[in-house]
Design a binder for this molecule. Structure first.
Ligand SMILES: Cc1ncc(COP(=O)(O)O)c(C=O)c1O
Length: 491
């Protein structure tokens, strides 16, 4: 990483965009051109009615962030049932990369649904399934990955990757990373590190965890590059030897840019190191591109930034353009080893999924959205760093393309994490939707639809800074109300 914590290759991104350099696409309807537009402080009365019904009947497991009820969305604007319109910096958790309501995706879904909804693709062949698998191969390291299994979510794709890895290698152990998020069902939960998501669901004992290259919070208190990537040596020498391995490592599963863990961009040597580590251990490398993939970081796959070709790649979220879809793509020699019937899903290759996926990926590639993300992302990072100079609590600004994280701390010296739930609330009450991430809930993630305009980004940045200022003021007032800090303990 560079001094500023930026991925070195990000420096080769195109020059920063200026205001209005990127307008919203011409298909965005008139109503969605003007955001934010706040009619009531959310949640408005109509939202509250739905929240009441929901609380009575829907599982509490869904831990809702926003208290409003979503109504419609277009481009990079989300509207609630009370008429509020928000600038969207979430893309619905990195799903709507080509923009909400992209006409090609909407038409594809409509036309396909009139013809065939359920393709019964376990037992019949379906043209769009083959076409989407071909398209995914074409955009995956010039066809070096070829052979796709379709499921319905990111976690399912991770589960399929785990099964394929054990089948292919005849081994059963996995290595994942601190802060990793790979989903919450089946094998995906084994690979997810956070206690909050694992608590009460043991035993899950075929996964070893190693430190991710999270340089801002290096567990070894070292600095890159002088550390010589010590975390990776620790993984190889300590975790593999003393961390409970049975010597049966099937695969390493990794997010090339960590998402839920805090939008962490590792140094450029991290992925190539893992590639070599897997080769040395006859293990497979699984790149989880569910959140970082499909243009978000400025490349189709974030692994491309370091020219690391994984053995298996998993994708989800954006791959279905808003329709639930997950896919696992592998090197052909690995996929070919699976016997027919080795894995299956009733809805795998579903007609609507395939039609929507084809339209969405064609839009991302055809409209050169990765390039747009790279250019706009460089501009946004520069603006955020200017804002950071004025606010001590903005500890780190990092990212690739339009996958940007801002890590909040009590002060830059101690780096004590600062929970930013209230900052997020302030943002959305002012009309800006953001999500948080990170082990301590102290990272704001900026992951808008890639078609967002420079104008919406600029307006969003103004709201963001206003909210940061209000948040700082609240912190100061809370501190004053609490009185002077207690003297240090004698112990
Ligand atoms: C990197 C990563 N992998 C896997 C998943 C799981 O995807 P899903 O929620 O579709 O099961 C997620 C979801 O956030 C993710 O970010």
């Amino acid at each position: 990483m560079t001094e500023e914590g930026q991925h070195p290759q990000a420096l080769q991104q195109p020059a920063a965009a200026g205001v209005n350099e990127f307008p919203l696409p011409s298909w965005v309807p008139e109503w969605a051109l003007h955001a934010p537009s706040m009619k009531v402080i959310p949640p408005g009365p109509k939202s509250r009615d739905v929240v009441k019904l929901d609380k009575e009947y829907v599982s509490h497991a869904y831990d809702r962030v926003f208290t409003f009820t979503i109504d419609r969305a277009a481009g990079a604007t989300v509207a609630d049932v009370d008429g509020n319109q928000y600038i969207d910096w979430t893309a619905g958790i990195a799903v709507m990369n080509a923009g909400w309501g992209h006409p090609a995706v909407v038409d594809a879904i409509r036309l396909q649904s009139e013809k065939l909804v359920h393709s019964f693709a376990n037992d019949t062949y379906f043209d769009k399934e083959a076409e989407l698998a071909r398209l995914l191969s074409e955009i995956s390291f010039s066809g070096r990955l070829k052979g796709t299994f379709f499921g319905n979510s990111g976690a399912e794709a991770v589960g399929a990757a785990a099964k394929l890895s054990t089948y292919y290698t005849r081994k059963y152990e996995f290595l994942s990373f601190y802060g990793a998020y790979h989903g919450r069902v089946g094998p995906a939960l084994n690979f997810t590190s956070k206690l909050k998501y694992r608590f009460g669901f043991g035993p899950m004992n075929n996964t070893l965890f190693a430190p991710y290259a999270y340089c801002y919070r290096c567990p070894f208190k070292m600095e890159y590059p002088s550390c010589d990537l010590y975390c990776m040596h620790f993984m190889e020498e300590q975790v593999m030897n003393l961390g409970g391995s049975t010597g049966s490592l099937a695969a390493v599963i990794v997010e090339p840019v960590q998402g839920e863990g805090g939008y962490i961009v590792p140094p450029d040597r991290f992925m190539p190191f893992l590639r070599k580590f897997c080769d040395r251990n006859n293990a497979l490398l699984i790149a989880d591109e569910v959140q970082a993939g499909l243009g978000r970081t400025g490349r189709i796959w974030s692994s491309e930034w370091t020219d690391t070709v994984p053995d298996i790649l998993v994708t989800g979220k954006a791959v279905g353009g808003g329709i639930p879809l997950g896919a696992m793509i592998s090197k052909p020699e690995i996929m070919k080893r699976w016997r027919p019937g080795a894995h299956s899903s009733t809805f795998g290759g579903n007609a609507i999924q395939m039609a929507a996926g084809l339209a969405h990926i064609n839009a991302i590639v055809g409209e050169r959205l990765p390039e747009r993300a790279a250019s706009l992302g460089t501009y946004v990072m520069r603006r955020l760093r200017e804002i950071q100079e004025r606010h001590e609590i903005m500890g780190d600004v990092r990212g690739l393309g339009l996958m940007i994280g801002v890590e909040f701390v009590r002060d830059r010296k101690s780096r004590e994490p600062l929970d930013i739930t209230q900052l997020q609330v302030k943002c959305y009450r002012k009309g800006l939707l953001t999500l948080t991430a990170g082990t301590y809930g102290n990272v704001m993630r900026i992951s808008p639809p890639l078609v967002i305009s420079s104008e919406f980004m600029d307006r969003g940045l103004e709201i963001f800074e206003e909210a940061v200022r209000d948040f700082e003021r609240d912190l100061t007032q809370a501190q004053a109300a609490a009185g002077p800090a207690a003297p240090p303990s004698a112990h």
